[in-house]
Design a protein around this ligand. Structure first.
Ligand code: AMP
Length: 285
């Protein structure tokens, strides 16, 4: 694996691979890699001849400075994992290489209000920051395929819209959520949970599965309330939202919705955890 700190050296290397016919899969991350991240890389490896990964803790997507400062940075361990998983090129830049004139001067995007709901309501400006950094990376890497985790469902929808705005031919590949043994979606934030909290947090996924089963017999609003109340009944759980939405755009379910997603954010031991589950739509409106 070759590691690059600057966009010029990275794009020179990518271009030379492209000239010899490589197809490029790109996996953007913020590091502190776990098996969820690695699953994206493995998928990219199967489908491309060149796999590029980035590790960059993007300041412009953090609303809280304390969160930014305490975000885990484990570059050496991450590099070993990437090497082992067969990553070809790693881009691990400093902030000034990504934002030479500061992030305030970098492009800004809006998504018709989607950026302000769910995670966007809890973290104003978060998705503008995500779209900003990914637009810069896409411009450098120009990948054939962009690998994203279903775990950050709203991010997937936001970035699909970004690709439409930018009129890029890049295809988004959404990879399934990798979970711990108890069902908890893997996340670098899980490290901040107490051992008991981490064990109890497996109930988030079980609650989503329960909600899914209720959709056969109850209206959507009642399912949302039941699941919300169930989550809040666990010790030290504080559910922020549970919503049953159209999986293709995160809007309310319509007559023509054929796939649904149940999204949730739950604060456990003070740590914000995200999860979701998708299914074919069976229920009536
Ligand atoms: P992050 O480093 O948190 O920005 O995540 C980088 C990518 O890894 C994003 O596309 C995430 O959705 C994805 N990801 C994070 N956790 C998981 C997981 N448990 N399973 C699958 N993909 C994940």
């Amino acid at each position: 694996m070759q590691t690059f700190k600057t966009r010029t050296s990275l794009s020179a290397a990518i271009n030379s691979h492209k000239r010899s016919g490589s197809t490029v899969g790109f996996v953007p991350t913020m590091g502190a890699l776990h098996d969820g991240h690695i699953s994206l890389l493995q998928q990219a490896k199967k489908e491309n001849t060149l796999v590029v990964c980035s590790i960059f803790v993007n300041p412009s997507q953090f609303t809280n400075q304390q969160d930014l400062q305490r975000y885990p940075r484990t570059l050496e361990a991450d590099m070993l994992k990437l090497e082992e998983a067969g990553c070809d090129l790693l881009y691990a830049p400093e902030e000034r290489d990504v934002y030479p004139e500061g992030s305030e001067k970098a492009p800004k995007f809006e998504f018709g209000g989607l950026e302000d709901k769910l995670e966007g309501a809890a973290r104003p400006g978060h998705f503008a920051g995500v779209a900003q950094v990914v637009s810069i990376f896409l411009d450098i890497v120009r990948p054939d395929k962009l690998y994203l985790g279903q775990k950050d469902y709203q991010q997937v929808i936001i970035l699909s819209k970004l690709l439409q705005y930018l009129q890029l031919n890049t295809e988004i590949i959404v990879c399934p959520i990798v979970r711990e043994v108890n069902g908890l979606a893997m996340s670098s934030r899980n490290e901040r949970l107490s051992p008991e909290g981490r064990q109890r947090a497996g109930s988030i996924y079980r609650s989503l599965q329960y909600a899914l089963s209720l959709l056969d017999i109850l209206p959507v609003e009642e399912v949302e309330t039941c699941c919300y109340n169930a989550l809040n009944s666990f010790e030290n759980f504080e559910a922020d939202y549970v919503e049953v939405l159209d999986a293709k755009n995160l809007e309310e379910i319509q007559e023509n919705t054929d796939r649904i997603v149940i999204v949730t954010a739950v604060i456990v031991d003070g740590v914000r955890l995200l999860d979701n589950i998708t299914a074919e739509r069976k229920m009536q409106l």
